[in-house]
Design a protein around this ligand. Structure first.
Ligand code: PRP
Length: 176
């Protein structure tokens, strides 16, 4: 298998920070007068969640789900497994799924249907990154940080085989 390495920076820490602030303002306006439960999809979205939640001015609650569709591959298998479910009930609550990236959309489609069956007051999706060229199912985020091309990205929470999550920028992974 070819060796992977960090080829270049795609989005700098500063660019990400500016966009996250603006997403926080938009979400705060849209949910004015309401309370919001942020549902973070582990592990990739934790960095985005921790920055985003501090830019939202309405009362926010957080909970976590872990699902796996990738394993050690860079391609989605299409098989989604719940590794960790929510701790809280979402019945009649305003919920926002927080994702780091939407690729094929298979993970999110599964999550959305699963969560809707629990009767939330509303359910929306925010993603830091969207790769629309890779979509295999009909699903769109309600809020999106950046639309990116079909390149494998790491950093700001995103990994390759659990590596590179700590990088402050979003970087493109290349092959040697
Ligand atoms: C990534 C990402 C999304 C999913 C998107 O998670 O966080 O949940 O893949 O891919 P899709 O649109 O093709 O379904 P991953 O399974 O890599 O887990 P991680 O967040 O723990 O790294």
């Amino acid at each position: 298998m070819p060796e992977k390495y960090v080829e270049r920076v795609l989005l700098t820490k500063d660019e990400i920070q500016k966009r996250v602030i603006s997403l926080g303002q938009q979400i705060s306006n849209d949910y004015a007068g309401k309370e919001l439960l942020l549902i973070c999809v582990l592990k990739g979205a934790v960095v985005f969640l921790s920055d985003l939640m501090r830019e939202i001015t309405v009362p926010v609650f957080i909970d976590f789900m872990a699902v796996s569709s990738y394993g050690a591959a860079t391609e989605s298998s299409g098989i989604v497994r719940i590794l960790k479910d929510l701790d809280c009930s979402i019945d009649n609550r305003h919920c926002l799924i927080v994702e780091d990236i939407i690729d094929t959309g298979l993970t999110l489609l599964y999550l959305k249907e699963n969560l809707l069956s629990r009767k939330p007051a509303s359910l929306k999706i925010v993603t830091l990154l969207d790769k629309p060229d890779r979509r295999r199912v009909d699903i769109e985020p309600d809020y999106c940080g950046f639309r990116i091309a079909d390149e494998f990205v790491v950093g700001y929470g995103l990994d390759f085989n659990e590596r590179y999550r700590f990088l402050p920028d979003v970087c493109v992974l290349g092959e040697k």
